[in-house]
Design a binder for this molecule. Structure first.
Ligand code: AKG
Ligand code: FE2
Length: 341
């Protein structure tokens, strides 16, 4: 994965209300917007009252971890390490028979990221998120009816507030994900105001990134990919998606994107989901930075138990999608040929 920290967020808050934005059905305007920009926002697609239980998991975990959070006092939602509480977690890529790790802290926003993975394979959570009928309806309008059943979502992606004080202000961290996902969705489980760390995306980047790959879905960037990402960041203004609990941002997985910078007083709780068609796939999650075809050439161990070890390939156990087994073809002339839109 190519990463490139940029200056403090200069993103524009997305404010467009496309025809159909409050409906389950995709409108022509939404399809056009998705094709051109790589994303759309469906407001209120999921029931915010059903998502409350997911947010509750974060507060309960904070208590279990001994964080000094008082829900009614946002000034206490500080980085645990400021209280000498920064918890030790296993390296993020430890496979643990597919269960991964319980929590991950840190990330590109200098420690303001908390990923809580515990409930993300549980039926009650999936029924409120990736498997929700409204979600499945939108996904099948994009991809067709043959969608791979969801077994997990990525996690509760939490961003703790980070006051914007001079040099320590958070930065965007533009990157693309090394997955074979065909459609992604960021579910807002809690309200996320502007500057609340909303998911941020460089409009139109999905097209350039799609054509800068050797393969349509698996992760095989062509020479110059990193430089191209830098060029996009230098020339395109990113959009930040603020939203309310229940809003869903659908996005093309080749898009250049970043977590936003949270200078609000809210805890940001987003649940990312990955979707793909139900075609034969590899059994294991994708490695980061390599496709399975290119991984052997890296001279590293491909065993899941070596994931996260020094020199091992890092397995992205938190991703539900898998690389396709059938030979992955080059990007198509019409990049929407394999879609239902
Ligand atoms: O937290 C976010 O908004 C973005 C997360 C992300 O980019 C990722 O998980 O790959
Ligand atoms: Fe990402």
């Amino acid at each position: 994965m190519a990463k490139n920290p940029t200056e403090p967020s200069s993103a524009t808050v997305y404010a467009q209300e496309l025809p159909g934005f409050r409906e389950v059905g995709l409108s022509r305007g939404e399809i056009e917007h998705f094709k051109t920009n790589g994303f759309i926002v469906k407001k209120g697609l999921l029931d915010s009252s059903e998502l409350g239980r997911i947010v509750e998991c974060a507060w309960e975990a904070a208590e279990d971890l001994g964080f000094p959070f008082d829900r009614n006092d946002p000034s206490t939602y500080t980085l645990p390490k400021d209280h000498g509480l920064f918890p030790d977690t296993e390296p993020k890529h430890i496979y643990n028979d597919g269960a991964g790790i319980a929590n991950y802290f840190g990330g590109s926003n200098s420690g303001w990221t908390w990923r809580h993975y515990v409930p993300c394979t549980e039926d009650w959570l999936l029924e409120r998120t990736a498997r929700h009928p409204n979600m499945q309806s939108v996904v099948s309008q994009f991809l067709g009816n043959n969608v791979r059943p969801s077994k997990r979502c990525r996690g509760l992606y939490l961003l703790l507030p980070k006051p914007g004080d001079g040099d320590s202000v958070g930065k965007l961290s533009g990157h693309t994900d090394g997955t074979a996902s065909q459609l992604n969705c960021m579910i807002y489980a809690a309200d996320c105001p502007p500057s609340g760390g909303g998911f941020t995306l460089w409009p139109g980047s999905h097209r350039r990134c799609y054509y800068h790959m050797e393969t349509e879905y698996n992760w095989e960037p062509k020479v110059g990919y990193k430089e191209m990402l830098s060029e996009i960041q230098a020339s395109v203004t990113p959009v930040e998606i603020a939203g309310e609990a229940g809003d869903c941002c659908f996005w093309h997985p080749r898009s250049l994107h970043s977590a936003g910078v949270n200078t609000s007083s809210h805890l940001r709780v987003v649940v990312p989901c990955d979707f793909q068609k139900d075609k034969p796939t590899e059994p294991w999650p994708p490695y980061s930075g390599f496709s399975k075809r290119t991984a052997p050439g890296a001279g590293k161990s491909l065993l899941p138990e070596d994931s996260g070890k020094e020199d091992g390939l890092r397995m992205q156990w938190w991703i539900d999608t898998r690389e396709f087994v059938e030979p992955d073809s080059p990007p198509r002339e019409d990049m929407w040929e394999d879609w239902a839109i």
